[in-house]
Design a protein around this ligand. Structure first.
Ligand code: PMP
Length: 372
């Protein structure tokens, strides 16, 4: 699912955890590591002028949405079909990830009143977003988007799409929230906002920021973040937020990423090698496939493509994906178990690992072609 960009049990991260555990594991108050973490995130992603730690990506997005509503005094949000922002009630409409995998339309347990405040539009369709904003004047608190979608499989933003969302949000008095739970610190040290040069008002983080421990965070413009309690009226709190162990693992991970840009070059090189190898394996076996990739996140879709949104992602052959997944598992390669998830390369994967994966994929594709 993407948190372990340095691989399992990285020695520096493990050592940082060992040190932190001896200092005590919970204080119910900020600790020095939390401050260091915020300063480092601000350096890596400068749109984040202030940061609040929470315990998961879900908490980050639902807190950011509450803040957007509190700051604008508006009730509605615009979200993109097939994007997943965790399991907060108002974000479950037309969600990707497990919701898409299990074929659930929207989740039982979300009240109609809550669902009514979420407007969903197709990904990569700025005109649809504009129409939704225009049809709800003065009502939309925020546009929330995965700047590279990862939860309908990997779907990159079309040229100019994110910049257009930025313009639309500003023109309509709504905030722009980038959900960088997946892309943060992965597609570039400063996330997708660095890669595409678009500055959101608020950003949510998860996964890598915790170095494998349960962490989420949200941050952005100072004037907005100051509206959160205790400095402002928008309430959000958490007993274990900024937990010292979680901060230690996350900080150790981010420090390595911030100080070693060559990691991103290696990730790019090996990811390109894997993408090419997977496509070649499919082609050799006569299996229709396309790969979408941004840096070290990618998806092999069982269809000719192009995959640009949720509707096109759903044209994939899920039965073929299932055969491929189980064949790969049988060969000792554990892939993300859904057509609607991303493969993530880590710095621990060697070229030999990638070559072995491609070799296995060749065999697995033969099983797919044979319908086994
Ligand atoms: N946002 C995005 C973009 C995600 O990919 C995820 C998790 N896959 C979440 C939010 C939710 O994060 P968590 O699972 O930590 O609650």
């Amino acid at each position: 699912m993407g948190p372990l960009i340095l691989g399992h049990a990285h020695v520096t991260v493990t050592e940082a955890l060992r040190e932190a555990i001896a200092d005590g594991t919970s204080f119910g108050a900020p600790t020095e590591r939390e401050v260091e973490m915020a300063e480092l995130v601000r350096q890596m992603a400068p749109s984040v002028q202030m940061l609040r730690m929470v315990n998961s990506g879900t908490e980050a997005t639902l807190s950011a949405v509450r803040l957007a509503r509190g700051a604008t005094g508006r009730p509605k949000i615009v979200k993109m079909e097939g994007c997943y922002h965790g399991h907060g009630d108002s974000l479950l409409a037309k969600a990707g990830s497990g919701v898409a995998t299990l074929g659930l339309p929207d989740s039982p347990g979300v009240t109609p009143a809550t669902a009514a405040d979420t407007l969903t539009v197709p990904y990569n369709d700025a005109v649809a977003a504009e129409v939704a904003l225009a049809a709800n004047p003065g009502q939309v608190a925020a546009i929330i988007v995965e700047p590279v979608a990862g939860n309908m499989g990997c779907v990159p933003p079309a040229e100019g799409y994110l910049a257009r969302l930025r313009e639309l949000a500003t023109a309509h008095g709504a905030l722009l929230i980038f959900d960088e739970v997946m892309t943060g610190f992965r597609v570039a040290p400063g996330g997708a906002q660095q890669l595409y040069g678009v500055r959101p008002d608020l950003t949510t983080f998860g996964k890598i920021i915790g170095g494998g421990l349960p962490v989420g965070a949200y941050g952005g413009r100072r004037d907005l973040m100051e509206q959160i309690a205790p400095s402002g009226p928008v309430y959000q709190a958490g007993t274990l937020s900024g937990n010292p162990l979680a901060m230690a693992a996350g900080l150790a991970t981010l420090r390595i990423l911030a100080s070693r840009p060559e990691i991103y070059e290696h990730l790019e090189e090996r990811s390109a090698m894997l993408a090419e190898g997977l496509l070649a394996a499919a082609a050799e076996a006569g299996v229709a496939a396309t790969v979408n990739r941004v840096g070290s996140m990618m998806t092999l879709f069982f269809q000719p493509g192009p995959v640009t949104d949720y509707a096109s992602a759903k044209r994939s052959d899920a039965a073929r994906f299932a055969r491929f997944f189980h064949a790969m598992l049988g060969l000792g390669h554990y892939l993300p178990p859904s057509q609607y998830e991303c493969l993530f390369m880590s710095a621990a994967h060697s070229k030999a690992d990638v070559a072995a994966t491609i070799a296995a994929a060749k065999q697995a594709m033969e099983a797919v072609a044979a319908g086994r």
